[in-house]
Design a protein around this ligand. Structure first.
Ligand code: F6P
Length: 525
């Protein structure tokens, strides 16, 4: 498979010549009905309010065909070594199902069998904890699980946990409480630990590498706190399980109650559907809930195979994002879920997108001359409206927006007041924002004038459920993957996070003669 230098592709050159259309010109009721693509889990992706004319869409399709983006996805699914920097396969799709139905082997092992074997172990273990067959060391039932991990071992699982709490409540699904400790700031652990009943808490230590400073420090902090506890008969290690790779140092620690495995072919930010997310979500909501999430993701993974961009929401989203970044020159993208349950989803997408595509060299290690991944940020609506939307509406930069909304709430507890339900008010605001950003408003007072032409897309569905959440997760994972293909990046390594880790070690070792580090250390340590 050839990876092309974007500057030299015919598709890119053709797009540069595309007459730039405005959203104002393009937006129409007919377009809102037509520019709408089915995603998995009952979701849809609507791109009507994007500055993409029919001509631009045709050229995006031509670029997708020229670069064989769908083919590269098939190659990844078939077990090609897509993570060139680390010399690894990229197998997170296989954690939710076998999209192509082909056997993928690595290190002499059938990887589908490995991931489904771990799933089965998670199913058995989570059921035994939830129905009280596995108890805490003093004989009490486990009611709380607390995940210790950082980056991909925290953000995705935490975002998904928060996204499903209201659904579980509204659907009568038994829940164990989920807590998360990630930051090496001792206040993070302290704030969580003081509200835990240790006898009823199971800690999940999650680290693929088993070497992450923050996670090992928090493990030690938790174990030390448990050891110091006056509770009679409490055995700290029996309140801790691990999720790691078989080659990590943690895998050798047999003092813990249990261990579940993923492997090096699952990138941290892509690991929510592996044991990294599977253990905590199955414990908190039951395995069937996690399975439904995997099925939603798998459905979206299958839809992402389509080579026609009008039938492949992830591919279309990727190409539009590329157009906005490389043709229009927009520097950022805001993720705006009108769903409180998705409060940490933008934080997860920050890592997913920026750690994957925030790159300055291509797959051959050559410096890139064109812009790559945008800055990602976001907050749920309507809260964001009362915060940073001022800049989005009238700021000097145009920031493309990705809205997410649902017809129904999760808890099913709503009130009609002033003539409408809260959920209706929420969605009225969402609709108003799309229109306001697209159309703008003339005014004789420039301060009250809105230029409009601020692009947005909308992912929408009936309700945020395990299945729609899985599809939403996969949609963004696949969008980021396709963009990496377009930019000819390795979206699956993260060398940019290493330098800071090395320097932090140096500071801890007394700065080793580095004057600058020492001068800053004098301010803080
Ligand atoms: O520092 C970045 C990172 O390497 C992420 O890519 C990863 O998700 C995180 O650290 C945690 O890694 P681990 O699961 O190995 O502890």
């Amino acid at each position: 498979m050839n990876y092309i230098d974007l500057d030299r592709t015919e598709g890119y050159k053709a797009l540069i010549g595309t007459g730039k259309c405005t959203v104002q010109e393009l937006l129409s009721p007919e377009r809102i009905r037509n520019c709408d693509i089915r995603l998995g889990g009952g979701l849809r992706y609507n791109w009507a309010a994007m500055p993409i004319s029919g001509d631009a869409a045709a050229k995006l399709q031509a670029l997708a065909d020229e670069e064989d983006l769908a083919g590269k996805y098939r190659e990844l699914l078939s077990g090609a070594m897509m993570n060139t920097g680390e010399k690894r396969l990229v197998l997170h799709h296989l954690t939710r199902g076998n999209v192509l139905g082909v056997k993928v082997e690595a290190d002499g092992e059938d990887k589908e069998a490995f991931y489904s074997g771990e799933l089965e172990r998670i199913r058995e273990f989570s059921a035994a904890v939830r129905d009280g067959r596995i108890k805490g060391s003093t004989g009490k039932e486990i009611t709380t699980v607390c995940q210790i991990g950082i980056g991909g071992s925290d953000l995705g699982p935490r975002a998904l946990y928060l996204a499903l709490r209201g659904w579980a409540e509204g659907s009568g699904v038994k829940q164990l409480r989920g807590e998360f400790i990630s930051n090496v700031d001792p206040d993070d652990a302290a704030a969580v630990i003081r509200n835990l009943d240790f006898e009823r808490t199971l800690f999940i230590l999650v680290s693929k590498s088993g070497t992450t400073q923050e996670t090992l420090t928090n493990r030690d902090l938790v174990l030390e706190t448990l050891r110091k506890s006056p509770i009679k008969g409490l055995v700290p290690s029996k309140h801790m399980i691990a999720v790691t790779s078989k080659t990590s140092p943690l895998a050798k620690d047999d003092s813990m109650l249990a261990a579940f495995f993923m492997d090096d072919y699952i990138g941290g930010r892509y690991s929510s559907t592996s044991a990294v997310g599977g253990v905590v979500l199955s414990l908190c909501f039951g395995f069937d809930t996690f399975r439904a999430l995997l099925d939603g993701a798998h459905e979206e993974d299958r839809l992402s195979l389509e080579s026609s961009i009008t039938e492949n929401g992830a591919l279309m989203d990727a190409l539009i994002g590329f157009y906005l970044r490389n043709i229009m020159g927009y520097p950022a993208t805001a993720i705006l879920p009108y769903s409180q349950a998705l409060s940490r989803f933008p934080a997860h997408l920050q890592q997913l997108d920026m750690e994957s595509n925030g790159k300055h060299v291509n797959r051959n290690g050559e410096k890139i001359s064109y812009p790559t991944g945008p800055v990602i940020f976001g907050e749920p609506g309507t809260n964001g409206q009362h915060s940073f939307y001022q800049l989005l509406h009238q700021g000097s930069d145009i920031i493309p927006l990705q809205f997410i909304g649902f017809r129904e709430c999760q808890y099913g507890e709503d009130i009609e007041t002033a003539g409408s339900y809260s959920q209706t008010k929420l969605n009225a605001n969402l609709i108003a924002q799309i229109a306001a950003f697209a159309r703008g408003k003339d005014d004789s007072n420039p301060n009250k004038e809105f230029d409009g032409n601020r692009p947005s897309s909308l992912i929408y569905g009936d309700r945020l459920t395990p299945s729609s959440l899985g599809a939403l997760l996969s949609h963004f994972e696949n969008k980021v993957m396709f963009q990496g293909f377009i930019w000819n990046l390795n979206s699956f390594d993260q060398e940019g996070v290493q330098l800071g880790k090395v320097l932090a070690k140096k500071v801890l070792a007394g700065c080793e003669g580095d004057d600058i580090l020492k001068a800053y250390a004098d301010l803080l340590i």
